[in-house]
Design a protein around this ligand. Sequence first.
Ligand SMILES: O=C(O)c1ccccc1N[C@@H]1O[C@H](COP(=O)(O)O)[C@@H](O)[C@H]1O
Length: 227
Amino acid sequence: MTTVDKLVQVAGIIDAAEAGMIIEEGADWIGFALRLPSGKDDIAEPDAAAIIKGLEPPHAGVLISYLTEAEEISEFCQELGVVAVQLHGDVETTQLRRLKELRPDLFVLKSLVVKQDNADELVKLVDETHPFVDMYITDTFDPRTGAKGATGLTHDWNVSAELVRRSPKPLMMAGGLNPENVGAAIRAVRPAAVDAHTGLEGPDGRKDRAKVAKFVAEARAAFAEIG
Ligand SMILES: O=C(O)c1ccccc1N[C@@H]1O[C@H](COP(=O)(O)O)[C@@H](O)[C@H]1O
């Protein structure tokens, strides 16, 4: 079983050069968003699989997806060679249980999409699903577009902090994190891990080396501070 603590993830990898740069700058896990409902993935599946298979521990590739069916998730994770999957869709608890039966070795992250006034609903979701989930990941809902991931928006960190306190499983904090706010976020919420996508991009839509380096350094410093 994979255990994680004080982990830094960068999501939305688009090619091998970007993956290599992010690993060089000290991130632990890298996330690949695939089979998105838009049909417009940033990277082809065989290219993602090649990058993932070339990673050496403690680095690892994570599938980020809206898939909801355990069999399809399991088969796709096998094809890609990922050790972890981040589920952003409305996955039934029965499917999470089935996924654990099929792949007890797979590290399952389930998103908790923070909206205005849905904290109680998220706590209920944690209560129901935690036996089948290894880690939760917060994310921010964008009411203008309906998007539930990679919105670049922060949410009420009091909700994330409450979820950390209430969840029997660790929590990865995400949603609008960037080099400037990640330290404060870790000190306020005390998550086990952090993740960012859009806050690390340059104007060309690719990850910016200086932003990735600063994000990793600020996160490591804040994790060391909270102990
Ligand atoms: O990374 C993506 O492209 C992605 C696509 C669909 C759902 C989630 C996705 N990424 C996750 O979004 C959050 C945070 O994004 P941001 O930092 O606010 O831009 C994080 O969980 C990513 O793993």
